[in-house]
Design a protein. Structure first.
Length: 427
């Protein structure tokens, strides 16, 4: 992202006939929110923020009456599917309390703080995402159905793949917004698609992911489809994953740049840190009841394991192709996660691994290897692990964590059929 100033934003607004500004943020549960303001109000909002009530937010309302949305000028983006006259732009915002700007209320602020810890050590994380989603047909009333857009499978083409034009429009729209996809294709399940993104600085990558989801929803609707990022929208079908590709730079050197048998000790300890804490943070990487219908099925990981050769493990360290960035790929998260919060916790776990110089256990390369520890099987089990975790307790303000756990435990008690219907319309 360009380092834009408040004055740069105001100049762009004046020169491009912008009338509406969407101030976007993501609540702790991963739901993208926004409010719209007229351009005349923007100068004051950029300087002082804008107050919002915390009443609609269960993680905040019991201990925080109001909060302040503080726009980040570097996130200015034109929404190209809106009219050119009286145009619309979007700014991502940090969520702050009115009396304590240092109190982290949102994943974006938490991620900023973790990245500051990396930068103090001369390290820069970069992130690329691979995200799956389903396209469903709409009924005559414009409501989504459970009939998939097609019956295609892996890498199919027309006529089996009826989503090709939608993916093209999504990619072209994202390119107009300065976000360049690396590749797109039909995934394994009927109506299932995947779009992968280039590596970017971690904060940008999380912002891009929220933008990506909103673009997919908008372009799918324009083409007469409903896009769902629900982790398991079809009971006996493939789930939707969010694979997170990670690289860490020390100066200009990627610490994963050596061959698979000679990674630097920092790289091994980074992986070991994620493996140590992954069960404790699964409630935030896989935040829905139906997230656990996906894990362990249809190639989604179900164990705490890593491998060089087996791409279906929790952590995969692939041999890089010539000219491609060496990475590690974390495969358990799903698209319902708050991307800023998820990245903050993953990167913090890896950082602690490096600081404690953790030893990396042997990779799981053969079916005869010792069976690894299991990921949580239910959201309730994942919440128990999070509540007992010193790592998680240190990460959150106590009231914020307790509210998150309480809300999610109540979710676990709802009737599955009604709960899954609400997920389908929300995610």
């Amino acid at each position: 992202m360009c380092a834009l100033s408040n004055s740069d934003v105001l100049q762009f607004i004046r020169e491009n006939d912008i009338k509406f500004i969407r101030l976007s943020f993501c609540n702790l549960f991963g739901v993208h929110k926004n409010i719209a303001v007229l351009s005349d109000a923007l100068a004051d909002i950029l300087e002082h923020g804008i107050s919002i009530s915390c009443t609609p937010f269960p993680e905040l309302r019991d201990w925080c009456a109001s909060a302040v949305l503080q726009p980040d000028p570097s996130t200015l983006t034109l929404l190209p599917w809106r009219p050119a006259q009286d145009g619309v732009v979007r700014l991502f915002c940090d969520l702050q309390t009115a009396d304590d700007a240092e109190l982290a209320l949102d994943g974006r602020t938490m991620l900023r703080r973790v990245l500051a810890d990396y930068h103090r050590l001369g390290l820069t994380p970069k992130v690329g995402t691979d995200c799956e989603f389903h396209l469903f047909k709409m009924d005559a009333a414009g409501e989504p159905t459970l009939t998939t857009a097609d019956q295609g499978g892996y890498f199919d083409i027309e006529p089996l793949d009826k989503c090709e034009n939608v993916r093209r429009d999504i990619c072209l729209t994202l390119e107009q917004m300065g976000i360049v996809p690396r590749q797109s294709y039909h995934e394994k399940g009927p109506g299932q698609n995947q779009i992968d993104f280039q590596h970017a600085p971690a904060l940008d990558a999380a912002d891009h992911f929220l933008t990506f989801k909103s673009v997919v929803k908008a372009i799918a609707a324009q083409n007469g489809f409903y896009a769902s990022f629900m982790p398991k929208p079809i009971a006996d079908g493939c789930g939707n994953g969010l694979h997170i590709n990670l690289s860490i730079y020390a100066q200009e050197r990627n610490i994963f740049s050596l061959d698979q048998h000679h990674h630097c000790p920092q790289a091994h300890s980074f992986i070991a840190g994620i493996l140590r804490h992954i069960r404790e943070i699964t409630a935030f990487l896989n935040p829905l009841v139906c997230s656990y219908d996906r894990l362990g099925n249809f190639e989604a990981p179900g164990t705490v394991s890593w491998s060089y050769r087996q791409g279906d493990q929790l952590l995969w360290v692939p041999e890089p192709l010539p000219g491609r960035l060496p990475i590690i790929k974390l495969r358990s998260p799903d698209p319902a996660a708050n991307p800023h919060l998820a990245l903050a916790m993953i990167l913090k776990a890896g950082l602690l691994g490096m600081q404690e110089q953790l030893q990396l256990p042997p990779p799981l390369e053969n079916s005869g290897d010792s069976p690894p520890e299991q990921l949580p099987h239910t959201l309730e089990q994942a919440l128990d692990l999070a509540e007992q975790s010193a790592f998680v307790r240190e990460f959150f303000h106590p009231a914020l964590l307790d509210a998150y756990l309480r809300h999610k435990r109540a979710e676990c008690k709802q009737k599955p059929a009604l709960l899954y219907q609400s997920y389908f319309k929300m995610i």
